[in-house]
Structure formats: C-alpha cells, structure tokens
Design a protein around this ligand. Structure first.
Ligand code: NAD
Ligand code: 6OD
Length: 485
C-alpha cells in the first residue's frame, strides 16, 4: 500500500500542516500515512471558516440541508471499499467487523440524523392567563453554532460521524479532529464532502494531538460554541477545565468498566456467546465492552470453562482475512498499557484461565500489536484490574449467590456506561436492568443499537446523552416564545 498524505480540510480545501507525523499499521508495523498536523493558525482558520459558513448553512431549508447529509451517506457507500481498507489499515480490526459495523454505521449516522431533523416536532404549551385568556408558548430551536468535535480511535468513522452528522443536521458548522491514531477515514469523509459540494467551511477537519496541538487549540478556542468529545475519562476532565472559562456546553462520552450479569436461568449457550462477543469484540476496544462478568455460583465453573473455549476459538489473523475474528490492538503503545494490566492482574492474585500474553506468528504480525484474549478469576473486587478500564480483550469472572449481591457488585464502580443482563426471566431482566447505574442496559443482547435512543453514561462515563432527540438538546439552543392570544 502506498503511503498517503492526510491533509487538513479547511474552508473546503486541503492544506498541508506545519509538520507531519507517521501513522503505522498495527497489524505489522508498516508505515501507511504521513499526517499533516494543523498549526494553531490553521485551527483558527478552520474556526473562522466555520463561523463564516454558519449563517448560510443554518438558514438552509431543512430539506436542502438534509439532502447534503443523504449525499454524504451515499458518498461513503460509493467509496465503501476505500473506507473499509483505510479503517482496517488504521486500526487492524477484522474485515468482518469493519464491513458490518464501522463503515455501514458511518453512512447510517448521516441518514438517521437527516431523518430526525426532517421530522422534528416542536415543544409547545397552551397556557391559561390571569385575565381568562390564553398564551401560546413554543420552544424555537436554533443551532448551537460552531461545534468542536474530538473523537477517539476505537471506532473511528462510526464515532466521528456520530457527532458530525447531528451537528450538521441541526444547522451547526463543525471543526472536527479525529484521533491522531486513526486519521484516515475522517480525511476520506472530507474528500466526500468536497465531492458532494458541501458548502465550504461547513465541515472542517484538522489533524493533530491533544495537548499543545489541534485538540487543545479547539477546546480553548474563544469562537467555538460547544465541544462534543468521546474518549478517555482523564481527557474529558482536562477538556472540561479547558472549556470552563468560556462556560461552554460539553457532551462527553467517556470510559467504562462494564458488567455482565449471568443468572442461573439464562439460556446458557446464548449467554456464553453473548458474553464472549461483549468481551472480545474489536479486541475489547469498544467503550461498551464487558470487563467484569458476574455469574451465578451454580453455573460458575461450567460458564468459565465454556467462555475459555470461546476465547481459544478466536482466530488472531490478518485483518483482511475473512476468517480472522480478532485483530491486533490499535497500537504498540496501547498494547504496552494492556500488558501492564496483564502483569498487574497476576500481582493482584488472579488465576489466569486463558491468555495473559502476546502471541507469536513467525511472520510480519510479530511486528504488530497482537495480544491474547484473556480471562481471569479469583481477584478481590477491590483489585485495580476490577476498578480500572483496561480497554483490551480481557475480563474477570466472579461468582454471586443472590440477585442483590450481583446488582451490588455490578454497581460498585465509579463508571456508569453499560451493562448486560442474561436471564430468561423477563421480570428479573427488567428489574435488574433498571437497577443498573448506567446509561445503557441490555437484556439478552449487547451493542444492539437504535439510533433514536439515548446513548451515553453517568459518573466517570460521561455527561449528557446523544442519539435521536437527545442530540437535539446538545446541538441546539431553545428560545421560548410566549405569545399572548
Ligand atoms: P483519548 O482521550 O486518549 O483521545 C480521544 C481524543 O482526544 C483524541 O482525538 C485525542 O487527540 C484528543 N485529546 C487528547 N488529549 C486532549 C486534550 N488535552 N485536549 C483536547 N483533545 C485531546 O481516548 P482514546 O484513547 O482515543 O479512546 C479510548 C477511550 O475512549 C476509552 O477510554 C474508551 O472507553 C473511550 N470511549 C468512550 C466512548 C463512549 O461512548 N462512552 C466511545 C468510544 C471510546
Ligand atoms: O453506537 C454508538 O452510537 C456509539 N456511540 C458507540 C460507542 C461505542 C464505544 O466505543
């Protein structure tokens, strides 16, 4: 594969950066791109372009505005293979996953939010007045303005478009920074924007890092009206401090330490398959992935043995091979972090049921960031490996005796993103799901998405919800109009 140059898209044109940095394929370490880091002046220019484009974009009739979003979705699908190969080269994720999840969702995000914007209703109330007449109150919604979007590396196109699409649909203009680890599909999206004739300045892409780079230049920029961010909790905290002086709205989708609860009345095979998927999908690099599994004691040993078999069936192969079910982690740096937890778990007293190390292949994959799927048992609930997000293909399995105990252990975390409950007793399913202190609770499934539903977390997992009408609340400002009749 030739080495791409990934440039900044500002005011409808591509620009070289102040310097370039190298992007490597995590499957074999090959150099795949030189990324043009944006300077502070270029971020300023992107914000100025977005500001200049805002009145025209916001004033477009919704049918015309959303037509651009449908065109962006069509454009992604027209270049499906380019997006697919770029995403796989950037992340190492298996072609089966990327072709089913990442790229289709990139297009679906644009279509869904176009549809939501086209069919919006308006909050209104008839109010009785003291003189026996009435007033009409209605909440007229205006775009928030110029929105800064900062996204992570784990589902690059999916998470980038999850924020860019609603921002544009509701009439905002955008300055967006993809993760420096996965910069390619955001650049391809800018190419599609150019191809479909999106008005210059409506959508800008700047490349770079966080501190003292494009990320910080966006979050501290005085002329950006709000920040929507997905990434680590610690980064969210830094961004919150950066935006505080300007008292700007933030929407944060942060880390998780998600639990699965498996009851003795669960469909055993479905629960094993479902938990294996929720632990190991995307090499454990989905914020919703399960890292803590609680299983009723009566089926604990049988469950651990069955989950071990599922883990050992995973095919750690080349990402483009359709037989591959687990690719590498996203980078050698991230693998070092995950490895530090593999070491720590042993120090904390874990029994390693399977995995615990780095596989060898005898080919170029040995230069990549592969890691074995790993299952632990035997850790105390106070262990750091139970409390901290690892973000790799690892889980700890612990037994419980009662429903109350399972709920207590699952909720014993400062994160609050997701949980999965496995039971054939639907009354229990509802009861336990509602008792989870999380933004998203699944019963007998995991990562089953309807884009109209609220998405996000509480506690260390974030602030606010996006999805459907919930996105409207972040990406618009209401003006209540009260008309005396
Ligand atoms: P990260 O926080 O390291 O980086 C995310 C983005 O923030 C990148 O674009 C990065 O360049 C930028 N950034 C870093 N420091 C910054 C700063 N000081 N100012 C401005 N921008 C800055 O996260 P990551 O490692 O890319 O992603 C993995 C993390 O994201 C995990 O913790 C995962 O749980 C979380 N995540 C959460 C969700 C969710 O919906 N809740 C979804 C996906 C990922
Ligand atoms: O499905 C989504 O909309 C979404 N935001 C998923 C996030 C996954 C985290 O890695």
């Amino acid at each position: 594969m030739s080495v791409r140059h990934l440039r900044n898209f500002i005011g409808g044109r591509f620009h070289d950066g102040i310097r370039t940095f190298a992007k490597h394929n995590p499957a074999d370490g090959a150099l795949i791109a030189q990324v043009h880091e944006a300077s502070r002046d270029q971020v300023d220019a992107a914000v100025a372009a977005a500001r200049a484009a805002l009145p025209g974009w916001a004033a477009l009739p919704v049918g015309e505005r959303t037509a651009y979003l449908y065109a962006l979705a069509d454009g992604i699908e027209r270049r499906f293979d380019d997006f697919l190969q770029a995403e796989i080269a950037d992340t190492g994720k298996p072609v089966g996953w990327a072709s089913q999840i990442d790229i289709p969702r990139g297009a679906a995000n644009f279509r869904s939010f176009a549809e939501i914007a086209r069919t919006l209703d308006m909050e209104s109330f008839m109010t009785d007045t003291p003189d026996g007449r009435q007033a009409l109150n209605y909440a007229y919604r205006k775009p928030l303005g110029v929105v800064g979007v900062i996204s992570p590396w784990n589902l690059p196109l999916l998470l980038f478009t999850w924020k860019v699409a609603p921002a544009l649909a509701f009439g905002n203009t955008v300055v967006a920074k993809p993760s420096e680890v996965t910069p390619t599909t955001a650049t391809l999206l800018a190419e599609v924007a150019e191809e479909v004739g999106l008005p210059p300045g409506v959508f800008n892409v700047v490349h770079g890092f966080g501190p003292n780079s494009a990320g910080e230049f966006i979050t501290t920029h005085p002329d950006i009206d709000g920040i929507t961010f997905t990434g680590e909790t610690a980064t969210g905290s830094t961004i919150m401090k950066a935006v505080a002086p300007g008292v700007k709205p933030v929407s944060f989708e942060l880390g998780g330490k998600n639990a699965a609860l498996v009851f003795d009345d669960a469909d055993f095979d479905a629960a094993v398959a479902g938990v294996a998927r929720s632990v190991f999908a995307n090499c454990g690099q989905v914020c919703l992935c399960t890292e803590r599994v609680y299983v009723h004691r009566s089926i604990f040993d049988k469950f651990v043995s069955a989950l071990k078999i599922e883990a050992e069936k995973l095919v750690l192969g080349w990402p483009m091979d359709p037989a591959t079910t687990m690719g590498p982690l996203v980078s050698l740096e991230h693998r070092s972090k995950v490895q530090s937890y593999l070491k720590l778990a042993v120090e904390e007293g874990a029994t390693v049921v399977t995995g615990g190390g780095v596989p060898t292949f005898g080919d170029a994959r040995d230069e990549g960031a592969y890691i074995q799927p790993t299952i632990w048992t035997g850790l105390p609930e106070t262990a750091r490996c139970i409390k901290e997000e690892v973000f790799g293909p690892v889980c700890h399995v612990a037994p419980f005796d009662t429903e109350e105990e399972a709920i207590r252990m699952a909720n014993d975390t400062r994160y609050g993103l997701a949980a999965a409950v496995w039971t054939t007793n639907l009354t229990r399913g509802h009861r336990v799901a509602q008792a989870m202190n999380v933004g998203l609770a699944w019963v007998n499934c995991w990562f089953l998405r309807d884009l109209r539903t609220p998405f996000g977390g509480s506690g260390l997992s974030g602030i606010g919800r996006e999805g459907g009408r919930h996105s409207l609340h972040f990406y618009t400002e209401p003006t209540n109009v009260c008309v005396k009749l």
